[in-house]
Ligand binder design. Structure first.
Ligand code: ADP
Ligand code: MG
Length: 510
């Protein structure tokens, strides 16, 4: 390469690689190419085999010319002729076998000169760079030779632009999906908090105070009192509501996996770490992490969590650099952490960090005024879920039973009770008579007994029997193709929920 070509190569390469936005890069290249070629318009096309067409992905057009078609379909003959070209060529109206003249009007060939540079990656033609000048016969073999020097950088720039566009497209779809799913989750959660003006008035006042801030919140209260619901409410009324809300059930992760689950790991950090993985903390960046059942966190993990809360940095397992995070922490537990501290089962320094703004959710038996509203709320909700158009009435005296019960399982227990009651008495009235007889209120899991089969089954027994039958057919498989959920045509998570309520254990047979 002589000096002039060498410099041309360098300068042209710099221009076409000057921006990830291919339109900008092509604009920069245009200005430079103009110093060496007759040039009014510059196009970057890709060959789209699925369309049998040329698709224009970027162009720089001299002011006085018309905008071009974005997609130019090609006749079969021309298509294969173009695909055989490996070196730059001048397009002549009359050659070859009139292929070009077939599309000449489309690509506005007459009265213009076109110089085409095929762009190849690993021998494969991916696109074309087209230089155009007004007037015929403007390009010569000198131009062809000069342009040939930059075929590689232009091809690479085109390939990069295409993958960049694809990545951006995927990213946008993912962001969009994520928003959609979050809204879905939110509307599924029902978002309604019953009792915000009565039994939960204090709680809701505290939620309003704390939501706009960034501090750690500790939610205390018995199981089923609504800790998770409140954690959701804090996140979705906070300035972080567009960010992720990541839930971790600290009691549900096997101890040896807690570190990698929470903090992620690098590829090869331990046997089985085949690829790198972001932990839940990293996923919550820009949003809120909800550490549920924090009292179940093993001692080792408590130490590491303390460090994260102090530094707002995490380290992946096997990682070398700490990663700084912007996270709000909400923790919850039904345990008495002070007692756990005195028994050396929970670290006092961690408790100090968590206990900045404790919110206590009173048990249902201490806010009986909410019971009637909650009951109606769940009747309406369950009927919606079960597809029952006219909700059954509450039998006279039944509310009294609810008011005199002491609700060890709190609101979750009431939710489950209402659902069972609706399934039993959907045509009649809701009696809640199981409460007075069973005392503690927990109806045992339905069992189909031999003699029970002669009597008409209660609806929940029938449902239970049906689900068990289907599970037998699928050998315990719930999710996916051929799973019980698919056979029953309901959402797998709904099925799991229903199984839980009916006391059916999930067990997968090999
Ligand atoms: N105040 C409330 N209003 C309506 N539903 C509630 C309320 N409190 C709890 N629930 C419902 O009761 C169930 C249990 O609540 P959850 O937040 O999971 O309790 P916890 O985390 O304290 O065990 C959930 O289905 C939740 O939507
Ligand atoms: Mg919970």
């Amino acid at each position: 390469m002589d000096v002039k070509r060498d410099q041309f190569f360098r300068e042209a390469t710099l221009r076409i690689c000057s921006s990830l936005n291919i339109e900008t890069a092509l604009g920069n290249a245009f200005t430079y190419l103009r110093e060496h070629f007759p040039l009014d318009d510059l196009y970057l096309d890709i060959l789209d085999p699925s369309l049998g067409a040329i698709r224009r992905i970027a162009h720089v057009v001299a002011e006085d010319s018309e905008a071009q078609e974005e997609i130019v379909p090609l006749p079969e003959g021309l298509w294969s002729w173009i695909r055989k070209k490996r070196a730059p060529y001048i397009v002549r109206n009359e050659d070859p076998k009139n292929y070009i003249s077939a599309v000449a009007p489309l690509i506005k060939l007459r009265g213009n000169s076109d110089l085409v540079l095929p762009l190849l990656i690993e021998e494969e033609l991916i696109g074309l760079l087209v230089l155009r000048a007004r007037g015929e016969g403007r390009y010569n073999s000198g131009h062809v030779a000069l342009l040939a020097t930059v075929s590689e950088p232009f091809a690479i720039a085109l390939a990069n632009a295409l993958s960049y566009q694809a990545v951006v497209k995927y990213r946008d779809t993912l962001i969009d999906d994520n928003r959609f799913l979050k809204r879905e989750l939110l509307s599924q959660a029902g978002d309604e908090i019953v009792g915000g003006n009565s039994g939960l008035r204090n709680v809701m006042n505290m939620v309003r105070q704390v939501a706009p801030l960034n501090n750690t919140v500790l939610l205390l209260g018995e199981t089923g009192t609504g800790k998770e619901l409140i954690a959701n409410a804090i996140h979705f009324t906070s300035p972080r509501k567009e960010g992720p809300f990541i839930k971790v059930n600290c009691g549900a992760i096997p101890e040896h996996l807690i570190d990698s689950e929470l903090f992620g790991h690098e590829k090869g950090a331990f046997t089985g770490a085949v690829s790198e993985k972001r932990g839940r903390f990293e996923r919550a960046d820009g949003g809120t992490i909800f550490l549920d059942e924090i009292g179940e966190l093993p001692p080792q993990a408590q130490v590491r969590l303390l460090r994260v809360l102090q530094s707002r940095e995490i380290e992946r397992v096997g990682g070398i650099r700490p990663i700084t995070l912007d996270i709000r922490v909400i923790a919850a537990t039904h345990r008495n952490l002070e007692v756990m501290i005195s028994e050396n089962r929970f670290r006092e320094d961690l408790w100090f960090r968590l206990n900045v703004f404790p919110i206590f959710l009173p048990p249902l038996r201490q806010r009986k005024e909410d019971i009637p509203t909650l009951c109606r709320h769940f009747i309406a909700q369950k009927c919606r879920e079960l597809g029952i158009a006219t909700p059954p009435d509450i039998a006279p005296g039944a509310l009294d039973r609810l008011l005199h019960y002491n609700w060890p399982g709190n609101i979750r227990e009431m939710e489950n009770l209402v659902e069972r009651e609706i399934i039993r008495h959907r045509e009649g009235q809701l009696l809640f008579d199981a409460l007075s007889t069973a005392g503690v209120g927990d109806t045992p899991a339905p069992q189909i007994k031999e003699e029970g089969l002669q009597l008409p089954l209660r609806l929940d027994e029938a449902m239970s029997a049906h689900i068990l039958g289907v599970l037998k057919m699928t050998r315990g498989k719930i999710y996916g193709a051929g799973g019980a959920a698919e056979l029953l045509d309901i959402n797998p998570n709904t099925l799991r929920g229903r199984m839980g309520k009916l006391g059916i254990k999930a067990s997968r047979k090999k």
